[in-house]
Design a protein around this ligand. Structure first.
Ligand SMILES: NC(=O)C1=CN([C@@H]2O[C@H](COP(=O)(O)OP(=O)(O)OC[C@H]3O[C@@H](n4cnc5c(N)ncnc54)[C@H](OP(=O)(O)O)[C@@H]3O)[C@@H](O)[C@H]2O)C=CC1
Ligand SMILES: O=C(CO)COP(=O)(O)O
Length: 334
């Protein structure tokens, strides 16, 4: 049940990076009224004038009905749906800064995929006390910004604490090319979105180091076991990890250098410079994911290895040796 064609929403998208711009383009193309809140005034003016966001979505024409602005109240005042699309590490501060400008009845949709490394919290936990849980939803699933901005089809999960609120949010966020499945498993959806990024670093590193597709498949499969274990320990349901924001996004992100996390892992594996690479959320989530697992007594050897490599405490070759020489055991999915 998506919105009827004449039921148009007033969307405000906060964050004009790749994903924010893509979602703004998606909803503007679907006929909704859309404001895109850009941090920098000059960039907002350039996007408005050129109908392009070359820094983040090169070569993609943006609909003329999308309104870029650097003015928070202009973007937010009349919105009935607000999408927060900034990196996980700044989501809390951005929410605090804007909360007074967000209309009290607006649905607030969190689109970041990561864990705040200072608080150890996922997006909804971080923002709940600022915005209020009742009007929050999270959106996650296999969705490269460039694909969505071009109008290519995909399906994602939209979660909210109440099942009926999730149904309503999924209906409002679905378009003809963007199919939203509803879920009331917020923890599971957020865990899937954040942990797949860490595992994509490992998959990319294996390919970059020349270990081959077989090694990558083994890492992705055993990584998925870790995702399932840790998600369950954090309150997520098993069926969610088998869905779009678990297996679905893991497969996408571990399969191509179009993923910034996979590309970052590739560069790590090749020993190439890492500075100047695009946002790879897994880099910020790895150590805290490893800590959350340790605190809950959950075994996540691949996630631990990624965290140790990023801290400079382990080489890739040592990491592979460490993984391959763990005590042999029966294969188990949990
Ligand atoms: N790209 C994708 O395909 C997808 C991304 N996501 C998730 O969405 C989130 C955002 O990713 P994405 O848009 O791709 O990232 P980008 O790096 O492309 O863009 C980040 C955006 O956040 C803004 N920003 C950064 N810091 C702040 C701050 N302190 N205050 C306000 N704005 C800030 C940046 O502004 P400025 O340009 O001024 O620095 C920029 O507009 C991530 O968690 C990512 O995992 C989810 C699904 C798909
Ligand atoms: O989350 C994404 C696809 O679903 C985007 O992945 P990257 O951030 O690795 O590019």
């Amino acid at each position: 049940m998506s919105l009827a064609k004449d039921e148009k929403g007033r969307f405000a998208v906060v964050g004009a990076g790749a994903w924010g711009t893509a979602l703004a383009a998606l909803y503007a193309s679907a006929g909704h009224e859309v404001s895109l809140l850009v941090r920098d005034e000059a960039r907002a003016a350039t996007i408005a004038a050129t109908r392009r966001n070359e820094a983040y979505l090169p070569g993609i024409d943006l609909p003329s009905t999308l309104h870029p602005t650097a003015n928070p109240s202009a973007a937010l005042t009349s919105a009935d749906i607000v999408l927060l699309v900034v990196p996980a590490q700044v989501l809390g501060s951005v929410a605090k800064e804007l909360v007074h400008a967000i209309p009290s009845k607006a649905l607030v949709v969190l689109c970041s995929k990561g864990i705040d490394r200072t608080t150890g919290r996922f997006a909804s936990e971080n923002v709940r006390e600022i915005i209020g849980a009742r009007r929050l939803a999270v959106l996650s699933g296999p969705s490269f910004a460039a694909d969505v901005a071009r109008g290519l089809p995909t399906a994602v999960t939209v979660a909210a604490e109440e099942a009926s609120a999730a149904d309503a949010a999924a209906a409002r966020l679905s378009t003809e090319t963007f199919r939203c499945y509803a879920s009331d498993d917020v923890a599971g959806v957020e865990a899937g979105g954040a942990l797949k990024n860490v595992l994509a670093l490992a998959a990319g590193a294996a390919i970059g180091r020349g270990l081959g597709e077989s090694a990558k498949a083994a890492i992705v499969t055993r990584g998925f076991v870790e995702l399932r274990r840790l998600s369950a320990a954090l309150g997520g349901r098993a069926e969610t990890t088998m869905g779009l924001s678990g297996l679905g996004d893991l497969l996408l992100t571990c399969s191509t250098a179009q993923s910034r996390n996979f590309a970052y892992g590739l560069a790590m594996g090749r020993g190439e410079p890492l500075s100047g690479l695009k946002l790879a959320e897994g880099v910020f989530s790895a150590e805290i994911a490893s800590r959350l697992a340790r605190e809950r007594g959950v075994e996540v050897p691949i996630i631990d290895a990624v965290a140790d490599i990023l801290k400079g405490e382990l080489s890739l070759d040592e990491a592979m040796r460490r993984l391959l020489t763990r005590p042999l055991k029966r294969e188990s999915a949990d």
